[in-house]
Every structure is written in structure tokens, then in C-alpha cells.
Design a protein. Structure first.
Length: 225
């Protein structure tokens, strides 16, 4: 009889789950959390949190909103809500400023927020200097903001994410499976989600357990080469 692997144990600092999802803080979030924890004593008019898709930008923004009472808006929908920032607000979050932003609305919002003493937190997949902006006035304002980047996920964070993804699908994996993925998989949360989903699909279709052999097949299948 084959022994089942012991469940991988999570070991990371945890911040309050918001929106029904867990979020672990690791070294790669250090620059961002340091800025968020320093609010309202920011030395810049605003902060741009930069990170890859599924890297934690939205979670960190929601935590900041929960702790400060900040309102949240999208950069492509600001024209629909010209009242922002709301009277009495101390902080405002604008997400995805690199994705179809309403540059004119962002420019006016920045000016209104500065006049009202409201702190601004923006999220973006790329650094502000890399966003192809057309409005020079908005670009000049944006570049006055500080930038905090979410770094590359480390082993502890990737291990915790993988373990949680497997657990959510009621798949039991041990250290051998997690270690194999850490060694052979690209370090990205989105990639981890795709790998676990495909491994689950293959295990069900082939009536096999999720072990190193099926994980190797999964990575080979998902490899762009």
C-alpha cells in the first residue's frame, strides 16, 4: 500500500482575508508594505504599486482601503464618478492606471486630491515611466509619485501559494511535489494557478494521484516550447 504524502504546512505571515481570499506577506512585498504602513506620513504626493498580474496588487490595495477607509476606483471609469475623492476622504485608490486610463480624468483627480490633502495610491503592471501616456500634464504629475514594486515571489511565498491552491482543490501533496515545482516552474502566481488546475484535470482524467510524474507531464504540456 502506497503512503499518502503528508499535507504541506503553510508558514507565512498572514494578513486579514478580504473578498474571501487569503493573502500572505513575504519578502517580495516588503517595499510596498513599508509604504502602506507609513501612511499618512508619506513623503510623496502618491504611491504607485507596481507588480505582475496576480502578484498581490489588488490584495494590498484592499488591505489599505480597509485600514484607511480609502475609496477605490478604476482608471478607465473615473469619468463616471466625478465626485471622487469624496468629502472627508483621506486616501483614494485608483487601480490599473496602465490599462486604458482616462488620462484627463486622472489629471483632474490628481489636482483635486492634492488640493484636498488626499493621499493617492495607484496600481499598475508596469512602472509609471513605461506607461505610454499621451497627456503630458498627467505624465508629469504621475512621475512625482513614489514607486514601490512587488518583487519576484520567493520560495516561501510560492510554496504557500501552491499548497493553498492544491488544498482548495482537495488535492494532498507533500514536500516532494512542492519542491519539484519550485525547482522547475516559473516564479509567478498566475503560472502556479495554471499548473495546479492542469494537474488536477490530468489527475481526474487519468485517475492518478498528483505526484511528481503527473506534475512533470503538466509542466511539459504547459511549456510554450
Amino acid at each position: 500500500m502506497t503512503d499518502r504524502p503528508s499535507q504541506y504546512v503553510l508558514d507565512l505571515p498572514h494578513r486579514a482575508a478580504l473578498g474571501g481570499e487569503d493573502f500572505w506577506v513575504s519578502d517580495c512585498h516588503g517595499a510596498v508594505t513599508a509604504w502602506l504602513d507609513a501612511w499618512p506620513g508619506w513623503s510623496a504626493p502618491g504611491l504607485v504599486v507596481v507588480g505582475p498580474p496576480r502578484g498581490g496588487k489588488t490584495h494590498l490595495a484592499r488591505i489599505f482601503a480597509h485600514e484607511t477607509g480609502a475609496e477605490v476606483a478604476r482608471a478607465d471609469a473615473l469619468a463616471d464618478d466625478l465626485r471622487l475623492p469624496a468629502p472627508g476622504a483621506k486616501a483614494l485608490i485608483v487601480e490599473d492606471i496602465d490599462r486604458n486610463p482616462d488620462e484627463t480624468a486622472l489629471f483632474h483627480l490628481y489636482n483635486r486630491a492634492r488640493e484636498a490633502g488626499v493621499s493617492l495610491l495607484f496600481t499598475s503592471r508596469v512602472a509609471p515611466s513605461a506607461i505610454p501616456l499621451k497627456l503630458a500634464d498627467w505624465r508629469s504629475r504621475l512621475l512625482t509619485c513614489a514607486v514601490a514594486e512587488i518583487g519576484r515571489p520567493d520560495d516561501r511565498l510560492m510554496a504557500a501559494v501552491l499548497a493553498k491552491l492544491f488544498h482548495d482543490r482537495q488535492l494532498v501533496v507533500g514536500e516532494a511535489e512542492i519542491s519539484y515545482l519550485l525547482t522547475h516552474m516559473e516564479r509567478a502566481i498566475a503560472v502556479a494557478e495554471a499548473v495546479v488546475a492542469e494537474a488536477d484535470r490530468r489527475a481526474l482524467a487519468q485517475k492518478r494521484k498528483v505526484g511528481v510524474p503527473i506534475l512533470k507531464e503538466t509542466l511539459d504540456a504547459l511549456s510554450p516550447g
